[in-house]
Design a protein around this ligand. Structure first.
Ligand code: OFO
Length: 178
């Protein structure tokens, strides 16, 4: 049995994670338009990962016998002035998600939800990487500035990111995400 506050907050977080996937999918489209296929590829991997995040929370509720309620996703930004602006938005979005995870932890502690804590600890740790990945690309783009060759090299490097194996809806596969 899950406490009502925790239940509502987790349902809300499923929406936040799906919104993350939706935002990054918009960035995939934008980067392809800019001929930055490496960045588009990196964001495709990120969409996959965000869907896994949503499913981790989805399964948590389902396994505790609580019904998942999917909510409306908010209207998205669909274009950016520059690749740097897009990556800055990605970094800001990850900071927003970190704050949401921290507030979930606060609720779990207040409501003595020991069952949710291990999952939330996983997410708190995951957010270190999520913030650091997007922040690093912002810094690299700032370093590159107007240098087209530098942008090309960075795009090539981001294109080497490897997809997590398996479907984001298959718990056996998404447990591989460390
Ligand atoms: Fe990008 O970490 Fe989930 O949302």
């Amino acid at each position: 049995m899950i406490n009502k506050k925790m239940y509502d907050a987790i349902n809300d977080q499923i929406k936040n994670e799906l919104e993350s996937a939706y935002i990054y999918l918009s960035m995939v489209a934008y980067f392809h338009q800019q001929n930055l296929d490496g960045m588009a590829h990196w964001m495709r991997c990120q969409v996959h990962e965000e869907t896994i995040h949503a499913m981790k929370f989805f399964d948590h509720l389902t396994n505790r016998g609580a019904p998942v309620v999917l909510k409306d996703l908010k209207q998205l930004k669909t274009t950016w002035k520059s690749p740097l602006e897009a990556w800055k938005d990605a970094y800001a979005h990850e900071q927003f998600i970190t704050a949401k995870i921290h507030s979930l932890i606060k609720i779990a502690r207040k409501e003595n939800d020991y069952t949710a804590e291990p999952l939330l600890a996983w997410f708190a740790n995951e957010q270190i990487e999520e913030e650091s990945n997007t922040d690093k690309v912002c810094r690299q783009l700032e370093m590159v500035g107007e240098n087209k060759q530098g942008l090309f090299m960075l795009d090539r490097e981001l294109g080497t990111r490897v997809f997590v194996a398996g479907s984001p809806f298959d718990p056996a596969a998404y447990n591989l995400l460390q």
